[in-house]
Design a protein around this ligand. Sequence first.
Ligand code: GLA
Length: 406
Amino acid sequence: MQHLARVVALLMLLAFGAGRAIAGVEGDTIQAEVNKAPNGLALTPPMGWNSWNKFACDVNEQTVRATADAMATSGMKAAGYQYVVIDDCWHGPRDANGFITADAQKFPSGIKALSDYVHSRGLKFGIYSDAGRLTCGGRPGSQGHEYQDALTYARWGVDYLKYDWCNTGDRNAKEAYAVMAHALRQSGRPIVFSMCEWGTAKPWLWAKNTGNLWRTTGDIFDSFDTKDPKREWAHTVTDIVDLNEPLWSYAGPGHWNDPDMLEVGNGGMTPAEYRSHFSLWAMMAAPLIAGNDIAHMDETTRSILLNAEVIAVDQDALGVQGHRVAKGATTEVWAKPLAGGGVAVLLFNRGAQPATISTTAQQLGLGGKTMRHVRDLWAHREVRMPNGTLAATVEPHGVAMFRIGG
Ligand code: GLA
């Protein structure tokens, strides 16, 4: 009898214990599992190139190869630009088993061959899909094919996925992005996950472990501050800055606010405006994804995209997004704390007239510290700060950018 009781107790313990163990695994939703930990990628904001801003749906394998060549030889790769990302419209139909294929006219050699080519240039390869049934350009989306697509990307050697939000019906963004994040993790390949949900469901509040970057706004267009009345969803640089800046505290290593890709070199802004655009993105620790024709860029464009001192501010290991510390009618002062105790400073003139803008150690959060080693990141020289004040006359729509200490 005693023996029987012991056997029953043991069986109960086993059943109870096993039940708990199973609940520990099966009880987690995919969302909960994804939320437990980040994928460990993108510890500094991703840098690279994306086809959309310049080529839109007019992208093909020659363009991507030429861009990869130019990135490898123009100094872009050496400056840190790494990912070559094909945006929308590369897709053909799904095959009989539901696997996605490439558009045979635009990509006759197939995506694997293109990915191999990009890798052979010492770069990484990225691709685009959408959480709906169709992409924004009307190609097949990934809804219902998430695990199959993630596996296909892994087999193709994809290193980066931009995942859009068109045609998603009543899908829940949190759930939809968790499914693809999980699918990518199950694929066996480290793939940076770029969420392109435009900020509608406020991903900065919940996507820290889901994505490596998330768009915070609708699409950028190549204008400093002149809106296009025909395109409500298109945002100017200053629009985007005002939407993205307040979100600074949500960004950090592995999870970045994405104010959209760069327009530098696409022709719609003046050199001063492009320098502002690039400097503001660096201050905001934004992904630096060039969106111009790299194979044919001019010297001005090159000098902006390849400004190593500005890039270093963006890529700073502390990973704090800079923000405004003072604001006048048309002038602003921005600060971004850097690893090692230094700070990056931006004096930004939004106005149409030159303006003298100044700031102090106190305003920049440097407390009583003296402001030694002040470097102008566009003039590439040391500057002086009489009486602890940093001041510059800034051209219309322009910036002056400095690094203090650190
Ligand atoms: C959306 C995205 C853009 C681009 C296009 C492609 O508008 O926000 O960045 O990917 O789709 O169709």
